[in-house]
Each structure stands twice: as structure tokens, then as C-alpha cells.
Design a protein around this ligand. Structure first.
Ligand code: PAF
Length: 465
């Protein structure tokens, strides 16, 4: 028997009991011989596009494993539509059930009755948003679903903003992803913490979660008995003219993502819970806080250090996970953690990148499609410097020159700084030696600041954690 193929099906409908219809279709798929429903996204409520006045749709995407052919699966989708009473009378009219085969492994089908990948899937927010939920890593047309979603969001943000997460759908045989318990204040967190028997892995975040955060949470889950994520847009780390007010807040979507990762609890405190009226203490980490982001954003690292210290003291994790993308934050947190004897161990995980090399960041959603394309100069510049270092260049001035010339050729990309530093002290280096050396670079694209970094040398070859 041939190996099962990973296939994706879009489900939609706007007549009758929409949940019941979508769940019946999923049940119909899961009882089809040779088909297994591996996962399903949340259902999104979505205003109809075109056609007569009609109720909003619910849309979802299911991931299948199947030993059937694309043609057989397509035929089965038609049968399920017919069983749901679908009639194709009015173009763009209301529908009981609409099932589309989005992708079938890497197979390309171009027949009059079936085209795979689905020719319009990548132009529709109501397909890409649930698809990115369920399989952000799936590659279609040379890019991941996550990349397609980010690109379309940049071109058509309103189409994404119009989507509302309506429900998690039940599928026979698939354990419904259980949402993490939400802990709204310090007392709830303390009670949860006291009840955990084993080790706790903790991922502090500001929400607007992406695959980079999911990777940290997955690692926490793999390495610890219980996983806790905090979601708190920390006002003390934003300057007066920065993006605190417009920073994306997407709690519902974040909880769904964390449900799929299997996170146990989310600490989502209010500002008053973390900074009660009258609180006036700030933590200053001299040394690694000084230059680069610290110079460009006065007070930023004091805000980060203060909130991280408070979070670690409240959560008392065995391991706390941070992403390497914010390399200076990592240096500050490590210093803070050592100096204040904070609980647990700090674990640093590699930067997660999109297929085209752009480091994932919650702020990438501010970029227009054009800006996003320009922003690729940043990883390109770091890659060029890394190649020069690998070819034997030891002088930091020369490496900075290599990266700088790539950035200089990128229209609309304004470098703030490019340098090579000791990753712990965050002090500039003049030459590469035996010790780890990290190139750090920050650029502005439009109004968005983007940070990235790349190892020039990694010491003994394994690189610091
Ligand atoms: O990296 C972040 O998201 C934040 O700086 C952190 C560590 C959660 C503190 O607010």
C-alpha cells in the first residue's frame, strides 16, 4: 500500500447550523476508508464575499492523511456536499456546505474538473488564516502557508481583520485541542504553580504569537512536565513614541495556537496585577543593556528586566525559554538571572525563520508586501558576512562592510547599526577569535524596526545555547 499523502481540505458553509454541518462533514471524512482527519483548525466566522445578502460563513481547514487518490478524495467531497443538501443554483449564493481540496501532497492536478493546489486558495484570507493555524509549515507553490498568509495579510489586512474565531470543531477520533487554563492574576498563577507536581517550563511572551513562540513552547513541553506561557504587553519596555498602543493583541488566536501545542496554562495578567498602583521599582542591568538596542531605546531593557524578574519570581519555572532573535535581550536576561539568583535555568532557542529567511517576529505583521520583500536584505546581509567569516575574514570592520554594502543596495531599508559583539557582554569586538562572536543588525523598513543576528564564530563549534 502506498504511503499516506498529506492533504488539506477547506470547509465552509453559511446556512443552517454551521457547526453541525462542518462537524458532520469532518465525521464523514473521518469514516471514509483510506482517509484520516489528522487535525482541524478553528472555525472562523467570515462575512460573505459577493452574491446576494446572506448570513456569514464559517470556514475551517482540515489536514488529512490519505491513501486515496486526489480524484477519489475530490469525488468524496462532492458526495459529502450532496449529502448536506448543497445545491449549486446561485453563483456566490448561500451554501449549506462547500468542500474544496486545497492541496494533495506535492501533486499538481490540472484537469477541467479539478485543479490542485486550489487555484484561488492563496488569495483568500478565510482559507489562509485557518490553514496557517493547522499547518503553518505546509509548502504550497514554493512557500509555506504561513508566508502566504503573511503576504496576503500585508496586501489585504481588512480581510484578515474581518475574520472572527467562532469555535473549535469536534472530529471523531481526534482529541479536541484543549485550551490552556487562563490565569488572570498572581493569585491564580500561584495556585496553579502550587498544584504542579513536576517541572515547569515557562515561555514569557507579549502575545501575537507565531511559529517562533510555538517552537519555544513545544520545546518547553518536551523538556518539562507542565508548560506555562505568559502573555503580557509590558508597558514599561515601550518608549513614549513607540508602538505600545498599536502592538497587536490577539489573545483568542494565541490561546488556540497554544492549545494545539499542548500548553497547560497561560498567565495573562492586567497591568495593575503586575504593576499595582504605587509600584516604582525598576531593575537596571548595567553592561549588556548599554549599547545597540539599549542606546536606541532608552529604558527598554530596564522594562524588560523588571518584568522578566517579576515573571520568574511569580512563575518559579525550572526552565525559562527565550528566542535568540532578541540577542541583546538574551544577554540582559542571562545577566539579570545570575545577578539576582532568579529561579530555574535560562534556555535560549535558535531563531525561527520563514522559508525566505526573514526571522519571525510579531512586528512582521506591520510590514506591507513591498516592505516585507525589502526586509529580506537583512538576513541576506548577515548571510553575506557569515560567508566572508567562513572564508577566513577575521576583521570585524571588513565583515561589517560586507553586510553594510548589502543593506546599502536595498532601497527603503535604513540600517540603525551593524556590528559584531561578544554575545554575553554585548560589547563590540574588533577581530574574530576563538570565542563566540555574533553579528547583530537592526534596520528600519518603513516605520518598522527589525532585528536580526547571525553567528560569525561559535567558539568550540557547538555555539553557546
Ligand atoms: O521578548 C518578549 O516578548 C518580551 O520582551 C518579554 C521577554 C516577554 C518581556 O516582556
Amino acid at each position: 500500500m502506498s504511503a499516506p499523502v498529506r492533504a488539506f481540505v477547506a470547509l465552509g458553509g453559511n446556512l443552517g447550523d454551521r457547526r453541525a454541518r462542518l462537524e458532520a462533514a469532518l465525521a464523514g471524512l473521518s469514516t471514509t476508508p483510506g482517509v484520516r482527519v489528522a487535525a482541524v483548525s478553528a472555525a472562523y466566522e467570515n462575512p460573505p464575499v459577493g452574491g446576494p445578502p446572506q448570513p456569514p460563513y464559517w470556514n475551517a481547514v482540515a489536514e488529512l492523511r490519505t491513501t486515496r487518490s486526489a480524484h477519489e478524495l475530490h469525488a468524496r467531497l462532492h458526495t459529502l456536499e450532496a449529502e448536506a443538501g448543497r445545491v449549486r443554483a446561485v453563483k456566490d449564493g448561500p451554501r449549506t456546505l462547500d468542500l474544496d481540496l486545497l492541496a494533495f501532497g506535492d501533486e499538481v492536478v490540472a484537469r477541467p474538473d479539478l485543479r490542485v493546489p486550489h487555484p484561488r486558495a492563496l488569495e483568500r484570507a478565510f482559507v489562509l488564516a485557518p490553514w496557517a493555524d493547522v499547518a503553518p509549515d505546509a509548502v504550497v507553490g514554493g512557500a509555506t502557508v504561513l508566508t502566504h498568509a503573511a503576504r496576503l495579510r500585508a496586501r489585504a489586512p481588512a480581510a484578515f481583520d474581518a475574520l472572527v474565531r467562532a469555535a473549535l470543531l469536534a472530529v471523531p477520533g481526534v482529541a479536541a485541542p484543549r485550551r490552556p487554563v487562563v490565569l488572570g492574576d498572581a493569585a491564580a498563577l500561584a495556585a496553579w504553580r502550587a498544584a504542579v507536581a513536576g517541572t515547569v517550563g515557562f515561555v514569557p511572551t507579549m502575545g501575537a504569537l507565531h511559529e517562533g513562540h510555538a517552537a519555544l513552547a513545544r520545546r518547553a513541553r518536551a523538556e518539562c512536565d507542565a508548560t506555562l506561557v505568559s502573555i503580557f504587553v509590558n508597558p514599561t519596555q515601550f518608549g513614549p513614541n513607540e508602538d505600545f498602543a498599536r502592538y497587536p493583541r490577539t489573545l483568542e488566536a494565541d490561546l488556540d495556537l497554544l492549545a494545539r501545542v499542548g500548553v497547560d496554562a497561560v498567565y495573562a495578567p492586567s497591568v495593575e496585577d503586575l504593576y499595582p498602583t504605587g509600584s516604582s521599582t525598576r531593575v537596571e542591568v548595567a553592561g549588556p543593556s548599554g549599547g545597540y538596542e539599549g542606546a536606541a531605546r532608552p529604558g527598554h531593557f530596564s522594562g524588560v528586566a523588571t518584568v522578566v524578574a517579576k515573571l520568574l519570581l511569580r512563575a518559579r519555572p525550572d526552565r525559562a525559554y527565550f528566542g535568540r532573535k532578541d540577542a541583546q535581550q538574551v544577554a540582559v536576561v542571562r545577566r539579570l538571572h545570575r545577578d539576582l539568583d532568579l529561579p530555574g535555568r535560562v534556555v535560549v532557542a535558535p531563531t525561527v525563520r520563514d522559508v525566505d529567511g526573514l526571522a519571525l517576529s510579531s512586528r512582521n505583521r506591520y510590514l506591507s508586501a513591498d516592505e516585507r520583500a525589502r526586509a529580506l536584505a537583512l538576513p541576506r546581509a548577515l548571510g553575506a558576512a557569515r560567508a566572508a567569516a567562513a572564508a577566513g575574514e577575521r576583521r570585524v570592520s571588513a565583515l561589517v562592510g560586507v553586510a553594510g554594502s548589502v543593506l546599502a543596495q536595498a532601497p527603503g531599508v535604513v540600517p540603525s547599526y551593524v556590528d559584531v559583539v561578544d554575545p554575553d557582554a554585548f560589547a563590540p569586538l574588533a577581530e574574530l577569535g576563538e570565542a563566540p562572536a555574533l553579528m547583530v543588525a537592526t534596520v528600519k523598513v518603513g516605520t518598522t524596526r527589525l532585528l536580526d543576528n547571525e553567528w560569525m564564530t561559535v567558539g568550540d563549534g557547538t555555539g553557546p545555547a
